[in-house]
Ligand binder design. Structure first.
Ligand code: SAM
Length: 222
């Protein structure tokens, strides 16, 4: 099959079962218009995150990498009205676009965006000692991905699910000893998870609008 076919089938999936809200479509349009990179999850992947949160009955969600709040909007839709989603974003501009988008999506009351490098915000969250997270979605810069997975395991409860986006695309074009720090970190994160005392994981390859990529799923076991 060609990548045209992958696109066509993604279009079909999104026109039938995905059921993206018009406000979510507008969120992507507004993020594009504000000059944000067009690197949000695909609609069917956003819906997967929503469904996983619903299936788990998660009430506390942590996201790394908000961008314009598109994946955030899907996950927030999966939360009950007393649920909470904390999303970490480096760029104040991205956070501002996201806040407007999430307000229009009607989920602002459930979402808190914290601006700054995630490696500075994560220790603060830990110090604050809030309830552990039930679900973590890691979709920020890739060079720090090993630290992000370790933080997710620390801040999440046993039984929580950690989902890592873009877990495959760099494996397609590089080897484990690549000079590119982001790609090297992705190769390494599989080894780290495999040897982690409290993570049990798998990854699946995906095709579609996002090309050849994949998602990694890790259960926090203790
Ligand atoms: N999750 C979003 C979605 O699907 O709609 C897409 C997130 S985008 C792939 C990655 C985001 O991570 C960007 O908005 C970028 O500014 C942010 N980012 C980059 N480095 C970061 C860091 N050190 N800490 C927190 N966020 C970071």
């Amino acid at each position: 099959p060609t990548s045209d076919k992958y696109d066509e089938i993604d279009d079909f999936i999104n026109a039938t079962v995905t059921q993206e809200d018009p406000q979510q479509r507008q969120a992507v349009a507004d993020a594009d218009a504000a000059g944000l990179p067009h690197i949000q999850v695909a609609p069917n992947q956003g819906k997967l995150l929503q469904l996983l949160i619903e299936i788990m009955g998660a009430t506390r969600v942590l996201e790394l990498g908000t961008l314009g709040g598109y994946s955030t909007s899907w996950m927030a839709k999966g939360l009950p009205s007393n649920g909470e989603l904390v999303s970490l974003e480096f760029s104040p501009k991205h956070a501002e676009v996201a806040r407007a988008n999430l307000e229009r999506c009607g989920v602002n009351d459930r979402v808190e965006i914290r601006v700054g490098p995630a490696l500075e915000t994560l220790p603060k969250l830990d110090e604050e000692g809030g309830d552990p997270f039930d679900f973590v979605f890691i979709d920020a810069n890739k060079d720090d991905i090993v630290e992000y997975v370790e933080w997710a395991a620390k801040l999440a409860r046993p039984g929580a699910l950690v989902v890592v986006d873009n877990a495959v695309s760099r494996l397609v074009d590089t080897e484990p000893d690549t000079d590119d720090p982001a790609s090297r970190a992705i190769w390494k994160v599989y080894e780290v998870i495999a040897n982690h005392p409290s993570l049990d994981a798998t990854a699946v390859q995906t095709v579609g609008h996002k090309g050849h990529d994949g998602l990694l799923f890790a259960l926090v076991t203790e």
